[in-house]
Structures are given as structure tokens and as C-alpha cells.
Design a protein around this ligand. Sequence first.
Ligand SMILES: Cc1cc2nc3c(=O)[nH]c(=O)nc-3n(C[C@H](O)[C@H](O)[C@H](O)COP(=O)(O)O)c2cc1C
Length: 251
Amino acid sequence: MDKDVFKQFRYFLKDSVRKRVDFSQTDQNRGIAPPPIEKPYPADALRIDLLKPGELKKIPRMDLATAIRNRQSRRVYRNEPLTPEEVSFLLWATQGVRGEVDGGHAYRTVPSAGCRHAFETYLAILHVNGLDSGVYRYLPLSHQLLYEFSEEWLSSKLVNAAYGQPYPGEAALTFIWTAIPNRMEWRYGLAAHRVIAIDAGHVCQNLYLACEAIGAGTCAIAAYDQEALDRLLRVDGEEEFAIYLASVGKV
Ligand SMILES: Cc1cc2nc3c(=O)[nH]c(=O)nc-3n(C[C@H](O)[C@H](O)[C@H](O)COP(=O)(O)O)c2cc1C
């Protein structure tokens, strides 16, 4: 491979880009209002209340060192549904809002550059007690699950979108994180994209650890067919697009 091509792609990992950004010209510094913290939804959309952290009575206590020690990518799952309580816990652990929402930003259970939190969390649900199979979206501000749509052959479409990797089709559910880059670009301009990618790691690591606590397992998936997955999620692929997945099931 041409060395210059490597150089060009490696540049993405470097923060040298920051020196090229005229921060006085970012949307934030030009006084433009920040984009919404959470993707808007229709007023009549079906929303399901999730259990709040203080209401999670059946989530076992596991000390952090044990969760860290046991964590591994788990690709084989038992044929057992997750409970709504477990789903509430996983969503809170990965993108839950902690504390007050302050104007354009909300602090969460994971860090994010400039507290911009450029992700939306979709759940492709196959087996969760009391929930129909389909695609849902987490609403961190109200800690609810938004029903997006049902999808015929959801499990095989997930497998196809993951280039034939079978675990999303055998999982109880799959997390699919999308990026809305404008949320980060508003503050950082062209220096936004590197930190979006870094942020995704924090979210998925919390999912790994939280899964250990509930006798579940997850496997991060970054190899997927971009266009097929964006189509499946019904996102436009430009202002919002899939960035990372993780299948989840009991182990
Ligand atoms: C960014 C990232 C992308 C990954 N993508 C995939 C993937 O597409 N398919 C897969 O089976 N595993 C994937 N994995 C899981 C890795 O293969 C796994 O973390 C690695 O083999 C180490 O194993 P461990 O997680 O059990 O420590 C990914 C992990 C990360 C962090």
C-alpha cells in the first residue's frame, strides 16, 4: 500500500487537525444555538417508561474489579429473554443522564468531549419480556424507550448488515449507536470527528461491564455494511449514521 495513503488516513487519528481549526468560526462561537441534546420525535410516538437507577431492585451487585476482570467479548448467547429492568440498566449505564440538564448539554454516565454526546442509541430488540420485536430508541432525557418501528426479518437483516456475523441475529437485542456529527461539529468544527470516534469506546466499555453484572455478554462490532445498516435504521446516512454495534444476550 502506498505510504502516502497510510499517512493520509493516519492523520485522522492525530490531533494536528485542531491547529487548522479557526475556533472563532465554529457555530458555538458564532452564537448559533446548539443542536438538540436528543433527536426529536413525534409527540404521539409510543414511549415506554424505563426503571430509574434507584428502582433497579433485581440488578445484582457486582464489584467493579470483578466486572473488569471477567469482561470479555461474548458471542454465544442462551436462548433467554432480557427483562425490561435489565434493559433499563444497560441503557442507563451506557447513555443515562446524571444530574441536571443545563441548556445545551446534559452530563451522562459516560464522558464525552465538550459534553457534546453526539450519539443516539437504537435497540434492535428480538427477545425482551413484554416488548414486541422491533427497533427502539433510547430517550436519555426522560429515560424512556421510544418505539420506532417493527421490521420483518429483523434478525436476518441484522446479520446481513453485520456482514454475516451471526451474533446480532442470535442476541436478545443489539445496541446500535448512531452519530449525529453536527452536535460535536457545533463546538469543534473539523476537530469533531476524531473525538466522536473516541467517545464511542467509552459507551461500549460501559456496556461490557454492565453486561457482566447481569449475567449477560456483549460483543462490540465495528465491521458492518454502512449503507445497509443506515437503511435498516431509517436514518439519512449523512446527518445521522451508524457508528458502532454490540449484540447482547444472556450467557
Ligand atoms: C472497535 C472494536 C471493533 C470490534 N469489532 C468486532 C467485530 O466486528 N466482530 C467481532 O466479532 N468482534 C469485534 N470486536 C471484538 C474484538 O474482536 C475483541 O474485543 C478482541 O478480540 C479481544 O477480545 P476480548 O474483548 O474478549 O478481550 C471489536 C472490538 C472493538 C473494540
